[in-house]
Ligand binder design. Structure first.
Ligand SMILES: O=c1ccn([C@H]2C[C@H](O)[C@@H](COP(=O)(O)OP(=O)(O)OP(=O)(O)O)O2)c(=O)[nH]1
Length: 144
């Protein structure tokens, strides 16, 4: 699938790092480095604007390497980029470590996964079909 993209970042377009990777690495587009204090969050621009086809979305997901090495997560993970959004893609990073973390221009801060989704309509009813699980959840089958 081809996705129209405006790239104002000055960096190469996001790439799959391996042949069958699901995510395309997103890079920070920053004039100055941004320092995230412990528990601080910041909306980091990418310089990219997309035209996702109708029936698809793009998810902004954390990078596990940044998470395990530096405690960097995404507050609204996964962020949702709608097909009708024409603004810049931004990443809401959060520093979940005890140390400050510096985000620099060009750094790979997140990954973008393009996925199909359904557009549904509701069918209001009074009862739902019976199942083995019923209303059980949150460990109803046992924990561990
Ligand atoms: O991590 C994200 C999440 C969202 N967006 C952009 C694309 C998305 O289409 C738009 C709106 O996002 P969302 O629907 O999550 O925001 P909302 O809080 O529900 O606001 P709105 O009322 O604008 O829908 O913001 C990003 O750039 N990065």
């Amino acid at each position: 699938m081809q996705i129209p993209v405006i790239n104002a970042s000055g960096h190469p377009l996001p790439e799959y790092q391996t042949a069958h990777a699901a995510g395309l690495d997103l890079r920070a587009h920053l004039e100055e480095p941004v320092t995230l204090a412990p528990l601080e969050r910041a909306l980091i621009p990418t310089g990219l604007s997309l035209e996702i086809p109708v029936g698809y979305e793009a998810q902004v997901r954390p990078r596990s390497g940044l998470a395990v090495k530096h405690g960097i997560g995404i507050v609204n993970s996964p962020g949702t980029i709608d097909a009708d959004y024409r603004g810049e893609v931004r990443v809401l990073l959060v520093n979940l470590s005890n140390e400050p973390f510096v985000v620099r221009d060009g750094e790979r801060i997140a990954q973008l996964v393009v996925a199909r989704h359904e557009t549904i309509t509701w069918e209001p009813v009074e009862t739902l079909s019976e199942t083995q699980r019923g209303t059980g959840g949150y460990g109803s089958t046992g924990v561990g």
